[in-house]
Design a protein around this ligand. Structure first.
Ligand SMILES: *[C@@H]1O[C@H](CO)[C@@H](O)[C@H](O)[C@H]1NC(C)=O
Ligand SMILES: *[C@@H]1O[C@H](CO)[C@@H](O)[C@H](O)[C@H]1NC(C)=O
Ligand SMILES: *[C@@H]1O[C@H](CO)[C@@H](O)[C@H](O)[C@H]1NC(C)=O
Ligand SMILES: *[C@@H]1O[C@H](CO)[C@@H](O)[C@H](O)[C@H]1NC(C)=O
Ligand SMILES: *[C@@H]1O[C@H](CO)[C@@H](O)[C@H](O)[C@H]1NC(C)=O
Length: 380
């Protein structure tokens, strides 16, 4: 037994090395190409865990009769085949995020951040900076991440473990069993509204955005409390407003929408999906309207359709910079003074969030008043 021990150790080390290299090879091979079989086989990455019901959705075979189906890009084909599926297993839940449905009336602002499973560093940076669950001016802020599962089977398995671990540690993950792809973002949005109806119906306001935005929570809370409205009774939907946006007809584009799906020449007014602030009232209205509007490949345009059907309109807010800040080259675009009065700015990588967050805690006295010209608050 003793003699064999070194052999066992060597075997173990060699095995670990081999497994690790396989792991890395898989990591760098990128996502695997979608196979034709995917269209007919209902994939199940979810283990048979009796804690949550397993929901399966069967492909819509007659979607192949959609005009020019064969000529559509693969992601559009996937969208059409599974467009009717609106019910997915919640693999990771955070039922007490808002203190339960009854307790949720104490939540002032819920930060609901769309994230792909692999974006672990972004989530960590957000938790450590602007997503810290704390109170501003005595008003409670909560953080939740919205995720699906990775498209590649190998990655999906590892990511299930990652999100499970994060969920155990932070209790801030919602993960549904659908493929986390661009055209499935509307699905993610709708499922979030359904979750909110159930678990957090009392929250006054929601910031809904991407995991690469930088939010100034104090400014958001200051702006919202300054409106002096009851978020559960009044409509609010602000962001970077788009009016008369035409659908993209180029098949290679990420934003492509076939004419047969949307014949109109422009979308209903909507706010860019990078970051939106809405009231609990409006979040609930969207949830209701979504039941009458088929899923659409572009998530922010879909929200515009829901608002239109509800007879509500989106509004612009100058402090919501979904395209970042453009300014003269001579100015340091990373100057914290330019971000002090913003509610949100798009495109931050994790280390930038950390630096900016630190800088914002320190720079109050040194900023000149010229910052006011960068941002004006728009009140609806
Ligand atoms: C999952 O496991 C339970 C108990 O082990 C079993 O009764 C059930 O049939 C299984 N479900 C599926 C879909 O395999
Ligand atoms: C399946 O696809 C067809 C063609 O696009 C569509 O008319 C039909 O409503 C879809 N069925 C379901 C259940 O969504
Ligand atoms: C929540 O409040 C409702 C109505 O006040 C009550 O019926 C219900 O039991 C409460 N639920 C919990 C979990 O406290
Ligand atoms: C979060 O905010 C609290 C104050 O409410 C502070 O004590 C804590 O250090 C903060 N956490 C992080 C990670 O910044
Ligand atoms: C959306 O998710 C479903 C369920 O995982 C999947 O079958 C479908 O292909 C996905 N749609 C797109 C457009 O990726």
């Amino acid at each position: 037994m003793r003699k064999n021990f070194p052999h066992f150790l060597i075997t173990l080390v060699v095995t670990v090395i081999i497994l690790r290299s396989v792991f890395y090879l898989q990591t760098f091979n990128g996502p695997t190409a979608p196979t034709a079989a995917k269209e007919v086989v209902v994939r199940q990455v979810v283990p048979n865990n009796t804690y949550y019901p397993v929901v399966k959705c069967v492909v819509n075979a007659s979607a192949r009769h959609f005009p020019h189906f064969k000529g559509e890009p693969q992601n559009m084909k996937d969208f059409l085949l599974y467009r009717h599926c609106k019910s997915f297993t919640l693999i990771q839940d955070s039922p007490m995020k808002c203190g339960g449905a009854n307790g949720s009336k104490d939540v002032f602002l819920l930060l609901a951040i769309k994230t792909a499973p692999a974006n672990y560093e972004r989530r960590e940076a957000i938790r450590k900076t602007w997503g810290n669950e704390t109170s501003y001016k005595g008003l409670k802020v909560k953080l939740i991440f919205l995720s699906g599962v990775s498209r590649s089977r190998n990655e999906a398995k590892r990511m299930l473990q990652l999100l499970e671990a994060e969920s155990l540690t932070y209790k801030d993950i919602l993960q549904w069993d659908f493929e986390d792809t661009f055209y499935n973002l509307t699905l993610k949005q709708v499922l979030f509204h359904k979750w909110m109806d159930l678990r957090c119906p009392g929250a006054q306001f929601v910031f809904n955005g991407d995991d690469d935005v930088f939010v100034n929570p104090l400014n958001v809370v200051t702006y919202l409390s300054g409106l002096e409205i009851n978020g559960l009774k009044k409509h609010l939907f602000v962001g970077s407003l788009n009016i008369g946006m035409p659908p993209v007809r180029d098949k290679w584009s990420k934003y492509y929408v076939p004419e047969e799906m949307f014949p109109g020449d422009h979308f209903a007014p909507y706010c860019g999906g990078g970051g939106i602030i809405m009231s609990g009232f409006t979040a609930n209205a969207i949830s209701r309207e979504s039941e009458h509007i088929p899923l659409f490949p572009i998530d922010d345009a879909y929200l515009g359709m829901c608002l239109e059907r509800a007879g509500l309109s989106p509004d612009n807010h100058e402090g919501m910079r979904t395209f970042g800040i453009s300014m003269p080259k001579v100015v340091d675009s990373f100057d914290p003074c330019y971000y002090r009065d913003m509610l949100m700015v798009h495109r931050f990588i994790p280390y930038e969030m950390l630096i900016m967050w630190k800088a914002l805690q320190l720079t109050k006295p040194q900023c000149k008043t010229s910052v006011d010209q960068v941002s004006k608050s728009a009140k609806p």
